[in-house]
Design a protein around this ligand. Structure first.
Ligand SMILES: Nc1nc2c(ncn2[C@@H]2O[C@H](COP(=O)(O)OP(=O)(O)OP(=O)(O)O)[C@@H](O)[C@H]2O)c(=O)[nH]1
Length: 236
């Protein structure tokens, strides 16, 4: 049985979760562009049956393609980040062994559900990503990731005028749902917001290294069913 790396000595493991299409892969590309000059980075993607997200990130040219690994999760992508994290933990350990010493490993969830969260056994901190195109109301509806992820990102703010969303109101609603935990309005086209994301990541990394950062469990996802798995439709 391979020995898992101790949390004290290893890279910060940062999970990125959120519904399909909210911009998780793009956010990872943005973080890599912003930090690749100063940190040693690795990326793990989770897809149901493909390595599509890993291929997108490799083609983005923001990181050595060998530092981007794909975990194919099968029918329940949230299981691999929450219930049995072995495949992801081993992929992170492999990346760290191959490119030692790494500072930061970003892990993208498969993201088929509004309430998917990472286990604190896999990641030290997690970002939950919403976008303005999903509507201003979604932040108010809550859920474990929206309520208790270490950072909530309201993404694609450049699209707000086109979808009729009031970004300050959406951020205020999200902040209220989070009891003051941080909320960041982000667009990859807004340099100031990208700088704020970079600063947040560096703050968490500094706390991780000092041993003052405590991983938090946002809580389990809501009961749900999988209709996309035609051979084995199921609820859990
Ligand atoms: N306008 C705008 N579009 C964005 C931004 N970030 C991402 N997108 C676009 O949103 C779409 C989805 O982005 P992805 O990064 O693939 O989203 P994802 O959450 O990784 O998607 P899945 O992996 O399918 O769950 C793509 O067309 C991106 O180009 C942004 O800041 N502004």
């Amino acid at each position: 049985m391979p020995e898992l790396t101790s949390t004290a000595s290893r890279a910060l493991r940062l999970g990125i979760a959120g519904p399909v299409g909210t911009g998780k892969s793009s956010l990872i590309a943005t973080v890599c562009s912003a930090l690749a000059g100063e940190l040693e980075l690795g990326v793990i993607t989770n897809d149901i049956y493909t390595d599509e997200d890993a291929r997108f990130l490799r083609s983005a040219g923001v990181l050595d393609p060998d530092r981007i690994r794909a975990v194919e999760t099968g029918a329940c992508p949230h299981t691999a980040i929450r219930d049995d994290v072995t495949a992801n933990a081993l992929a992170a350990d492999d990346l760290e062994a191959d490119f030692a010493p790494l500072d930061l490993v970003l892990i993208e969830s498969g993201g088929d559900n509004l309430t998917a969260t990472f286990s604190p056994a896999l990641v030290d901190a997690q970002i939950f990503v919403l976008d303005v195109a999903g509507g201003g109301d979604v932040a108010r509806k809550g859920g474990p990731g929206i309520g208790r992820a270490d950072l909530l990102v309201v993404n694609k703010t450049d699209l707000a005028p086109y979808v009729g969303v009031d970004v300050p109101q959406m951020v205020a609603d999200a902040s209220a749902a989070r009891d003051g935990r941080p909320v960041l309005a982000l667009s990859r086209t807004d340099a100031e917001s990208v700088e704020a994301l970079r600063a947040w990541v560096l703050d968490v990394l500094a706390a991780h290294r000092e041993g003052t950062h405590t991983p938090v469990d946002p809580g389990p996802m809501a009961p749900h069913s999988h209709s996309h798995d035609h051979d084995h439709p199921h609820t859990h």
